[in-house]
Structures are given as C-alpha cells and as structure tokens.
Design a protein around this ligand. Structure first.
Ligand code: SF4
Length: 382
C-alpha cells in the first residue's frame, strides 16, 4: 500500500450528506452555534477545530453541565487549546502497516477490521483516528468490493469488525448490503459494529426499525452481531442510550462496551467503577479499558500507565465479579498488550493479542516508570 496522505484540514461538510435524517438534522458543526459556550471562547477554540475536526449534536451537547468548566462530557466533545501542542503521531499504532486493501486492516489472523466510513456522528477530542477526518485522507473503504474480495478469499477470518469512522453514520440502506455480504461468507462467524452512536445519538438506533430488522435478520441466519459500544462515562448512559442498548439486544445482537482512559473524562476510580458496573447490569459488559495512544493533539488527554493501573485496579475491586472481566490494554503496533499489574520495580504486561503469533500470550516485565504513558516509553527487563 502507498503511504496514506494527510492534510491538516477537515473533510468537507459534504461528507455528512449521507447521514441518516434525524442525525443530520441535529448536527452542530461550528463552535459558535453552541449556546453554552461564550463567544470569545468559541472564537479562540476555532483554531483547534480547524486542525482537528469538531462535530457535535444537540442531544449530546444537552448532556453538558455548562456551569461546570470541568464537566467530563464537555471535556470529551469541546476542543481544548492544549490540542495544539506539538508531538505525537497521527497513526500512533501504525495501522498503515496492517492495511491490506483500501479500508481493510488485517493484523490478527482471525479478525479483519473495515474502516466503514470517513466520519463519525460527533468527534471525540481524544480520537486516535482523527487523521480519517482530515482532507484527502483515503483510508476508509469507498466501494467495499476490495474488502469483500479480500475477506472472501481469507477463510481464516472469522470476525469482521466494522469500525470508525462510525458505521452507524451510514444510512441503513447503505450499511445493510455491506453487513449482509460479510455475514453471507461462510467463514465469517461474527460481525462486530464498533460505534459511539449509542452514546452520541441513540435515536439513530431507536428511530430506525430497519436497522434493528437488519441485525435480527443476520442473527437469524446464523451470524452473531456484536455492537461494540463506546461509553466513556456513566452520564452518557441516559434513558435513551439504555433503550438503544436494549433495542439491539432484543433484535438478537450482543452488546459490549469499550473506551479509553481519558484525563478529565473518566480518570477517576469512582467513575470507572460506576461505568463498569452499570454497563454490566445493562448486559453490555466492559470489554477493554484502553490506554490512550500517543496520537497527535492528545497529550492533554493522556494518563500515565502507573496512575492508570491504580485507577483501573481500584475501580475493578469495587465491582462485582461479572463487572471485572474488563482488561486494561494498549493497542500497540505489535499487539494488544494487557497491563497485568505493577510492583515497586516493574510493570507486568501480557500480549493478549500479538501481531507476531510467537508473542501471543507472552507475559513480560518492564522497568517501572511512573511517567511512561505508552509501551514505547518503557524498557523491557524480562
Ligand atoms: S467515535 Fe471513535 S473514531 Fe469516532 S471520533 Fe470517537 S474515537 Fe474517533
């Protein structure tokens, strides 16, 4: 594959032309449109939004407590001047190295990842794939035929993960044929849909019976459907969001949750414990808590690994056994590295998934470094 091309500008608004109607109608694309944000602040933050795309919607903005400057929902969606600091990479996990045809990454033998859309319903400030939303990025799948061809020929692939840009920004009449085509491949046993739409705009699910029929039809024909939801904070679990989860479950889909650990959003053991416990009670247990990748613009959202482990471990201890299934992991270029524990001198890690099969399940230790926020900052000792 040729190297990806980036441009420090957003994709044009035209990219939203195919959005489901209710979602398109609620879009907020300019900071100046936000009533809760003072005019001068909106003008100042515009420089950030010009570098890293901004998008929100009325429903999600209504979750913000505008009287609290440290409100976690605000932090998640409203730009921060600190994003302009230099450092980090746009593709911090070297996803380019796993890209086999346009829109398809094949890193682990059994799982292929399809970048299904070039946009999201709104943009998380800490996004690790913000490069996708920049003008001239050409990573997301366009006509899907190369993806069908590649995955059809690779019979070792049992799981197809449709991921972000968010698959649920596509209208069901566009997404449906794509999901059905993958599901019809005899070797594909599970279709995963990675989406923050259940948090950003649950009405995309609740107002679209065709989407639920699509899931039900695929499940009935024997392919499992997993919605990989992305709730970062318990306050996102509104009645509408809970109803969205239930609707997918009633259609026969499974739901799990995964999210990164983000400074100022969920870097609090009480918040994490409440999140893990609540999603478990909703039948959408936490699958991963991700360490934030060292992506350009994301330094202010980072939490060092040692601090992250303490928060994670404290939170997990407050949960029932069912809510403790979550793994604290780094999606590193070499694999999914789980943080197992920390002692006075070492950080203990394990390859939960490894790009090199020889490393699979390997447990190893690195010298403890309380400032380190990523695997590349650590030194392996054994
Ligand atoms: S939903 Fe995922 S891909 Fe989309 S902006 Fe958020 S982190 Fe990025």
């Amino acid at each position: 594959m040729a190297p990806f091309r980036y441009h420090q500008e957003q994709q044009p608004d035209m990219a939203m032309a195919g959005l489901p109607k209710s979602l398109a109608a609620s879009q907020v694309r300019h900071l100046a449109e936000i009533a809760g944000l003072p005019e001068d602040e909106a003008a100042q933050l515009d420089a950030v939004a010009r570098r890293y795309a901004f998008r929100a919607n009325d429903y999600y903005l209504d979750l913000i407590d505008w009287d609290d400057p440290d409100d976690p929902i605000r932090r998640l969606i409203i730009p921060d001047l600190a994003e302009l600091a230099e450092g980090g990479q746009l593709d911090a996990s070297d996803e380019a190295a796993n890209t086999v045809v346009r829109g398809v990454q094949h890193k682990y033998r059994d799982t292929a990842l399809v970048l299904t859309a070039g946009t999201c319903a709104a943009y998380c400030r800490y996004c690790f794939r913000k490069r996708l939303f920049m003008r001239h990025n050409e990573e997301a799948a366009r006509d899907f035929e190369p993806a069908f061809d590649y995955i059809g020929r690779h019979r070792e692939i049992t799981d197809v993960l449709l991921t972000g840009g968010d698959p649920l920004v596509l209208r069901t009449r566009r997404l449906g044929p794509v999901m059905k085509r993958f599901a019809a491949m005899p070797h594909v046993r599970t279709l995963r849909v990675g989406s923050k739409v259940p948090a950003f705009y649950p009405f995309r699910i609740l107002d679209d019976p065709a989407l639920l029929d699509l899931i039900a039809g695929i499940v009935e024909r024997g392919t499992a459907v997993y919605l990989m939801a992305h709730f970062d904070h318990p306050r996102e679990l509104t009645p509408a969001a809970r109803a969205g989860i239930l609707a997918v479950q009633q259609a026969g889909g499974h739901v799990v949750n995964q999210c990164p650990l983000i400074r100022g959003v969920n870097d609090d053991a009480d918040v994490l414990a409440e999140l893990f416990q609540t999603v478990t009670e909703l039948g959408a247990p936490q699958y991963y808590l991700f360490q934030g990748r060292p992506t350009a613009g994301n330094r202010a959202y980072e939490v060092p690994l040692v601090e992250g482990w303490r928060l994670f471990d404290t939170a997990r201890r407050r949960c029932s056994g069912l809510a403790r299934r979550v793994r604290y992991s780094m999606s590193h270029a070499t694999g999914k590295i789980e943080i197992l524990g920390i002692d006075a001198k070492r950080i203990w890690l394990r390859y939960h998934r490894a790009k090199d099969p020889a490393l699979e399940s390997r447990v190893f230790a690195c010298r403890r470094d309380d400032e380190a926020a990523w695997f590349d900052d650590l030194r392996v000792v054994h």
